[in-house]
Design a protein around this ligand. Structure first.
Ligand code: ADP
Ligand code: MG
Length: 309
Protein backbone atom coordinates (compact mmCIF):
# COMPACT_ATOMS: atom_id res chain seq x y z
CA UNK A 1 0.00 0.00 0.00
CA UNK A 2 1.24 3.44 -0.85
CA UNK A 3 -0.33 6.09 1.33
CA UNK A 4 2.54 8.56 1.30
CA UNK A 5 1.96 10.08 -2.12
CA UNK A 6 -0.73 12.74 -2.36
CA UNK A 7 -3.85 11.92 -4.39
CA UNK A 8 -4.78 14.06 -7.41
CA UNK A 9 -8.10 13.77 -9.24
CA UNK A 10 -7.92 15.02 -12.84
CA UNK A 11 -11.19 15.61 -14.72
CA UNK A 12 -10.55 15.62 -18.48
CA UNK A 13 -12.83 17.82 -20.62
CA UNK A 14 -14.39 16.75 -23.89
CA UNK A 15 -11.57 18.29 -25.91
CA UNK A 16 -9.03 15.87 -24.35
CA UNK A 17 -10.55 13.39 -26.83
CA UNK A 18 -12.31 15.40 -29.55
CA UNK A 19 -11.40 19.02 -30.22
CA UNK A 20 -13.94 21.57 -31.42
CA UNK A 21 -14.48 21.14 -35.17
CA UNK A 22 -13.05 17.61 -35.35
CA UNK A 23 -15.25 14.71 -36.46
CA UNK A 24 -13.82 12.44 -33.77
CA UNK A 25 -12.17 9.50 -35.57
CA UNK A 26 -10.41 6.94 -33.37
CA UNK A 27 -7.06 8.24 -34.72
CA UNK A 28 -7.90 11.84 -33.71
CA UNK A 29 -8.94 10.78 -30.21
CA UNK A 30 -5.73 8.77 -29.68
CA UNK A 31 -3.66 11.69 -30.99
CA UNK A 32 -5.41 14.19 -28.67
CA UNK A 33 -4.94 11.94 -25.64
CA UNK A 34 -1.13 12.15 -25.94
CA UNK A 35 -1.16 15.64 -24.41
CA UNK A 36 -2.78 14.76 -21.05
CA UNK A 37 -1.46 11.20 -20.75
CA UNK A 38 2.20 12.22 -21.19
CA UNK A 39 1.76 14.66 -18.30
CA UNK A 40 -0.08 12.06 -16.21
CA UNK A 41 2.74 9.54 -16.73
CA UNK A 42 5.22 12.06 -15.30
CA UNK A 43 2.94 13.08 -12.43
CA UNK A 44 2.50 9.46 -11.36
CA UNK A 45 6.06 9.48 -9.98
CA UNK A 46 4.93 11.89 -7.29
CA UNK A 47 1.18 11.43 -7.01
CA UNK A 48 -1.52 8.80 -6.85
CA UNK A 49 -4.04 9.54 -9.60
CA UNK A 50 -7.72 9.29 -10.40
CA UNK A 51 -8.93 10.28 -13.88
CA UNK A 52 -12.50 11.20 -14.78
CA UNK A 53 -13.72 12.36 -18.19
CA UNK A 54 -16.62 13.74 -20.24
CA UNK A 55 -18.53 11.81 -22.93
CA UNK A 56 -20.81 14.33 -24.70
CA UNK A 57 -19.56 13.89 -28.30
CA UNK A 58 -19.22 10.09 -27.91
CA UNK A 59 -22.82 9.81 -26.64
CA UNK A 60 -23.89 12.03 -29.54
CA UNK A 61 -22.20 9.74 -32.07
CA UNK A 62 -23.66 6.55 -30.57
CA UNK A 63 -27.16 8.07 -30.55
CA UNK A 64 -26.74 9.09 -34.19
CA UNK A 65 -25.57 5.57 -35.07
CA UNK A 66 -28.60 4.01 -33.45
CA UNK A 67 -31.04 6.54 -34.89
CA UNK A 68 -29.64 5.72 -38.35
CA UNK A 69 -30.46 2.01 -38.10
CA UNK A 70 -33.80 0.29 -37.41
CA UNK A 71 -32.52 -3.28 -37.67
CA UNK A 72 -31.17 -3.60 -34.15
CA UNK A 73 -32.91 -2.56 -30.93
CA UNK A 74 -32.17 0.90 -29.59
CA UNK A 75 -30.41 1.06 -26.24
CA UNK A 76 -31.50 3.31 -23.37
CA UNK A 77 -29.25 6.16 -22.25
CA UNK A 78 -27.89 4.25 -19.21
CA UNK A 79 -26.43 1.62 -21.59
CA UNK A 80 -25.12 4.25 -24.00
CA UNK A 81 -23.39 5.82 -20.98
CA UNK A 82 -21.84 2.47 -20.02
CA UNK A 83 -20.67 1.98 -23.62
CA UNK A 84 -18.84 5.32 -23.56
CA UNK A 85 -17.22 4.54 -20.19
CA UNK A 86 -15.84 1.38 -21.80
CA UNK A 87 -14.66 2.95 -25.05
CA UNK A 88 -13.10 6.04 -23.48
CA UNK A 89 -11.60 4.06 -20.58
CA UNK A 90 -9.95 1.80 -23.13
CA UNK A 91 -8.58 4.74 -25.12
CA UNK A 92 -7.20 6.42 -21.97
CA UNK A 93 -5.63 3.19 -20.68
CA UNK A 94 -4.02 2.42 -23.98
CA UNK A 95 -2.74 6.03 -24.30
CA UNK A 96 -1.36 5.87 -20.74
CA UNK A 97 0.36 2.62 -21.62
CA UNK A 98 2.07 4.31 -24.59
CA UNK A 99 2.98 7.38 -22.48
CA UNK A 100 4.60 5.23 -19.76
CA UNK A 101 6.45 3.22 -22.38
CA UNK A 102 7.75 6.46 -23.90
CA UNK A 103 8.75 8.00 -20.54
CA UNK A 104 10.06 4.95 -18.68
CA UNK A 105 10.82 2.34 -21.36
CA UNK A 106 8.50 -0.05 -19.51
CA UNK A 107 5.06 -0.04 -17.94
CA UNK A 108 5.17 -0.91 -14.23
CA UNK A 109 2.11 1.16 -13.44
CA UNK A 110 -1.31 -0.57 -13.28
CA UNK A 111 -4.48 1.05 -14.64
CA UNK A 112 -8.08 0.12 -14.19
CA UNK A 113 -11.27 1.49 -15.69
CA UNK A 114 -14.32 1.20 -13.47
CA UNK A 115 -17.92 1.34 -14.66
CA UNK A 116 -19.32 3.95 -12.29
CA UNK A 117 -22.89 4.61 -11.08
CA UNK A 118 -23.90 7.88 -9.52
CA UNK A 119 -26.92 8.18 -7.25
CA UNK A 120 -29.37 10.98 -8.05
CA UNK A 121 -32.60 11.98 -6.30
CA UNK A 122 -35.75 10.90 -8.12
CA UNK A 123 -37.37 14.12 -6.84
CA UNK A 124 -34.58 16.29 -8.30
CA UNK A 125 -36.28 19.32 -9.91
CA UNK A 126 -34.28 18.52 -13.07
CA UNK A 127 -36.67 15.63 -13.86
CA UNK A 128 -39.70 17.97 -14.02
CA UNK A 129 -37.90 20.37 -16.32
CA UNK A 130 -35.21 18.66 -18.45
CA UNK A 131 -32.66 21.14 -19.80
CA UNK A 132 -29.70 19.18 -21.16
CA UNK A 133 -29.73 18.76 -24.98
CA UNK A 134 -28.01 15.57 -26.19
CA UNK A 135 -27.35 13.73 -29.46
CA UNK A 136 -27.98 14.75 -33.07
CA UNK A 137 -29.95 17.70 -34.47
CA UNK A 138 -33.16 16.83 -36.34
CA UNK A 139 -35.37 18.73 -38.81
CA UNK A 140 -38.87 19.50 -37.49
CA UNK A 141 -40.61 16.77 -39.60
CA UNK A 142 -38.38 14.06 -38.12
CA UNK A 143 -38.39 15.50 -34.58
CA UNK A 144 -42.18 15.31 -34.21
CA UNK A 145 -42.19 11.53 -34.84
CA UNK A 146 -39.51 10.75 -32.25
CA UNK A 147 -40.58 9.37 -28.86
CA UNK A 148 -38.45 11.86 -26.92
CA UNK A 149 -38.91 15.24 -25.35
CA UNK A 150 -37.33 17.72 -27.80
CA UNK A 151 -36.12 21.33 -27.73
CA UNK A 152 -35.75 23.74 -30.61
CA UNK A 153 -32.19 25.07 -31.07
CA UNK A 154 -30.49 27.25 -33.69
CA UNK A 155 -29.39 24.19 -35.66
CA UNK A 156 -32.63 22.17 -35.42
CA UNK A 157 -34.48 20.05 -32.88
CA UNK A 158 -32.63 18.11 -30.23
CA UNK A 159 -33.53 15.55 -27.60
CA UNK A 160 -33.49 17.00 -24.11
CA UNK A 161 -32.97 15.09 -20.85
CA UNK A 162 -32.69 15.90 -17.16
CA UNK A 163 -29.32 16.74 -15.62
CA UNK A 164 -29.91 15.97 -11.92
CA UNK A 165 -27.42 16.83 -9.21
CA UNK A 166 -25.02 13.97 -8.34
CA UNK A 167 -25.34 12.82 -4.71
CA UNK A 168 -23.06 9.81 -4.21
CA UNK A 169 -20.57 7.85 -6.33
CA UNK A 170 -21.68 4.25 -5.66
CA UNK A 171 -18.17 2.78 -6.07
CA UNK A 172 -16.20 5.42 -4.12
CA UNK A 173 -14.89 2.90 -1.57
CA UNK A 174 -13.67 0.56 -4.30
CA UNK A 175 -12.00 3.49 -6.07
CA UNK A 176 -10.17 4.50 -2.88
CA UNK A 177 -9.02 0.93 -2.32
CA UNK A 178 -7.65 0.68 -5.85
CA UNK A 179 -5.85 4.02 -5.46
CA UNK A 180 -4.30 2.76 -2.21
CA UNK A 181 -3.07 -0.29 -4.13
CA UNK A 182 -1.35 2.19 -6.51
CA UNK A 183 -3.67 1.74 -9.49
CA UNK A 184 -4.41 4.76 -11.67
CA UNK A 185 -8.21 4.60 -11.67
CA UNK A 186 -10.28 5.84 -14.62
CA UNK A 187 -13.86 6.28 -13.48
CA UNK A 188 -16.99 8.45 -13.39
CA UNK A 189 -16.91 8.64 -17.20
CA UNK A 190 -19.41 11.14 -18.59
CA UNK A 191 -20.34 12.05 -15.02
CA UNK A 192 -21.31 8.43 -14.29
CA UNK A 193 -24.43 6.40 -15.04
CA UNK A 194 -27.30 8.06 -13.18
CA UNK A 195 -29.20 5.68 -10.92
CA UNK A 196 -32.00 6.01 -8.41
CA UNK A 197 -31.81 4.02 -5.21
CA UNK A 198 -34.99 2.15 -4.26
CA UNK A 199 -34.21 0.69 -0.85
CA UNK A 200 -31.26 -1.61 -1.66
CA UNK A 201 -31.79 -1.68 -5.42
CA UNK A 202 -30.44 0.65 -8.06
CA UNK A 203 -32.11 1.39 -11.37
CA UNK A 204 -30.79 3.47 -14.28
CA UNK A 205 -32.63 6.61 -15.36
CA UNK A 206 -32.82 8.57 -18.63
CA UNK A 207 -30.64 11.50 -17.61
CA UNK A 208 -27.06 12.73 -17.81
CA UNK A 209 -24.87 14.03 -15.01
CA UNK A 210 -22.43 16.90 -15.33
CA UNK A 211 -18.94 15.37 -15.20
CA UNK A 212 -17.44 18.32 -13.28
CA UNK A 213 -20.06 18.10 -10.51
CA UNK A 214 -19.78 14.29 -10.30
CA UNK A 215 -15.97 14.56 -10.16
CA UNK A 216 -16.32 17.04 -7.30
CA UNK A 217 -18.52 14.59 -5.34
CA UNK A 218 -15.91 11.85 -5.88
CA UNK A 219 -13.03 14.20 -4.93
CA UNK A 220 -14.80 14.94 -1.62
CA UNK A 221 -15.78 11.32 -0.91
CA UNK A 222 -12.20 10.13 -1.48
CA UNK A 223 -10.70 13.19 0.24
CA UNK A 224 -8.19 13.89 -2.54
CA UNK A 225 -5.41 16.44 -1.98
CA UNK A 226 -5.79 18.23 -5.33
CA UNK A 227 -8.85 18.36 -7.62
CA UNK A 228 -8.02 19.60 -11.12
CA UNK A 229 -10.37 20.20 -14.06
CA UNK A 230 -8.57 20.31 -17.42
CA UNK A 231 -10.34 22.09 -20.28
CA UNK A 232 -9.58 24.25 -23.34
CA UNK A 233 -9.07 27.65 -21.67
CA UNK A 234 -6.24 28.71 -19.33
CA UNK A 235 -8.79 28.94 -16.49
CA UNK A 236 -11.92 30.83 -15.51
CA UNK A 237 -12.15 34.49 -16.50
CA UNK A 238 -14.35 37.32 -15.34
CA UNK A 239 -15.93 39.43 -18.11
CA UNK A 240 -15.34 36.47 -20.46
CA UNK A 241 -15.22 37.50 -24.13
CA UNK A 242 -15.35 41.21 -23.31
CA UNK A 243 -12.53 43.77 -23.73
CA UNK A 244 -12.07 43.93 -19.93
CA UNK A 245 -11.72 40.12 -19.68
CA UNK A 246 -9.43 39.02 -16.87
CA UNK A 247 -8.19 35.45 -16.43
CA UNK A 248 -8.24 34.54 -12.74
CA UNK A 249 -5.15 33.09 -11.03
CA UNK A 250 -5.25 32.25 -7.33
CA UNK A 251 -8.61 33.31 -5.90
CA UNK A 252 -10.05 33.13 -2.40
CA UNK A 253 -13.25 31.12 -2.07
CA UNK A 254 -15.28 34.13 -0.95
CA UNK A 255 -14.19 36.14 -4.01
CA UNK A 256 -14.98 33.26 -6.36
CA UNK A 257 -18.44 32.93 -4.77
CA UNK A 258 -19.03 36.61 -5.45
CA UNK A 259 -17.92 36.34 -9.11
CA UNK A 260 -20.20 33.32 -9.56
CA UNK A 261 -23.13 35.26 -8.07
CA UNK A 262 -22.39 38.16 -10.43
CA UNK A 263 -22.93 35.73 -13.36
CA UNK A 264 -19.41 35.49 -14.84
CA UNK A 265 -19.61 31.71 -15.39
CA UNK A 266 -22.42 30.41 -17.65
CA UNK A 267 -24.36 27.21 -16.91
CA UNK A 268 -23.35 24.37 -19.23
CA UNK A 269 -19.69 25.44 -19.65
CA UNK A 270 -17.62 27.32 -17.03
CA UNK A 271 -20.43 27.46 -14.43
CA UNK A 272 -20.31 23.81 -13.28
CA UNK A 273 -16.48 23.81 -13.24
CA UNK A 274 -16.38 26.80 -10.92
CA UNK A 275 -19.16 25.32 -8.75
CA UNK A 276 -17.29 21.97 -8.66
CA UNK A 277 -13.97 23.44 -7.42
CA UNK A 278 -15.74 25.75 -4.96
CA UNK A 279 -17.76 22.88 -3.42
CA UNK A 280 -14.55 20.87 -3.14
CA UNK A 281 -12.56 23.66 -1.51
CA UNK A 282 -15.44 24.55 0.84
CA UNK A 283 -15.67 20.94 2.07
CA UNK A 284 -11.97 20.07 2.30
CA UNK A 285 -9.93 23.28 2.30
CA UNK A 286 -7.78 21.62 -0.39
CA UNK A 287 -6.66 22.97 -3.76
CA UNK A 288 -9.26 23.10 -6.55
CA UNK A 289 -7.92 24.09 -9.97
CA UNK A 290 -9.30 24.80 -13.46
CA UNK A 291 -6.62 24.87 -16.18
CA UNK A 292 -5.82 24.22 -19.83
CA UNK A 293 -5.13 20.60 -20.81
CA UNK A 294 -1.58 21.49 -21.77
CA UNK A 295 -0.93 23.04 -18.34
CA UNK A 296 -1.82 20.10 -16.04
CA UNK A 297 1.73 19.70 -14.69
CA UNK A 298 2.29 23.46 -14.36
CA UNK A 299 -1.03 23.95 -12.58
CA UNK A 300 -0.23 21.22 -10.05
CA UNK A 301 3.10 22.97 -9.47
CA UNK A 302 1.07 26.13 -8.73
CA UNK A 303 2.20 27.93 -11.90
CA UNK A 304 -0.93 27.95 -14.10
CA UNK A 305 -4.70 27.84 -14.00
CA UNK A 306 -7.39 29.35 -11.80
CA UNK A 307 -7.04 28.04 -8.29
CA UNK A 308 -9.54 28.40 -5.45
CA UNK A 309 -7.87 28.55 -2.07
P1 ADP B 1 -15.26 20.83 -21.26
O1 ADP B 1 -15.55 20.03 -22.46
O2 ADP B 1 -13.81 20.85 -20.88
O3 ADP B 1 -16.18 20.53 -20.11
P2 ADP B 1 -16.78 23.27 -21.85
O4 ADP B 1 -16.91 23.63 -23.29
O5 ADP B 1 -17.96 22.67 -21.17
O6 ADP B 1 -15.49 22.36 -21.69
O7 ADP B 1 -16.36 24.57 -21.00
C1 ADP B 1 -15.19 25.31 -21.36
C2 ADP B 1 -15.59 26.54 -22.16
O8 ADP B 1 -16.23 27.49 -21.31
C3 ADP B 1 -14.47 27.32 -22.76
O9 ADP B 1 -14.07 26.80 -24.02
C4 ADP B 1 -15.06 28.73 -22.91
O10 ADP B 1 -15.49 28.95 -24.23
C5 ADP B 1 -16.29 28.72 -22.02
N1 ADP B 1 -16.41 29.81 -21.06
C6 ADP B 1 -17.58 30.40 -20.74
N2 ADP B 1 -17.41 31.33 -19.80
C7 ADP B 1 -16.11 31.33 -19.46
C8 ADP B 1 -15.33 32.07 -18.50
N3 ADP B 1 -15.90 32.97 -17.69
N4 ADP B 1 -14.01 31.82 -18.43
C9 ADP B 1 -13.43 30.88 -19.23
N5 ADP B 1 -14.12 30.14 -20.16
C10 ADP B 1 -15.45 30.36 -20.27
MG1 MG C 1 -18.45 20.72 -20.19
Amino acid sequence: MNDKKKIVLIALGGNALIQKGQEGTAEQQFENLKLPTRQIAKLSREYRLIITHGNGPQVGNLLLQQESCDEVPKMPLEIIGAMTQGQIGYMIESSLDAAFMEAEGSVDQHFVTLITYVVVDENDPGFQNPTKPIGPFYPEEKAKDLPYRMVKTDKGYRRVVASPKPIDIVEHREIKRLVDLDFIVICCGGGGIPVIRKERRFSGVEAVIDKDLASSVLAREIGVDIFLIATDTPGAAIHWGKPEEEMLGKVRLADMERYAKEGHFPAGSMGPKVEAVMEFNRATGNRGIICHLKDIEKAIAGEAGTEVL
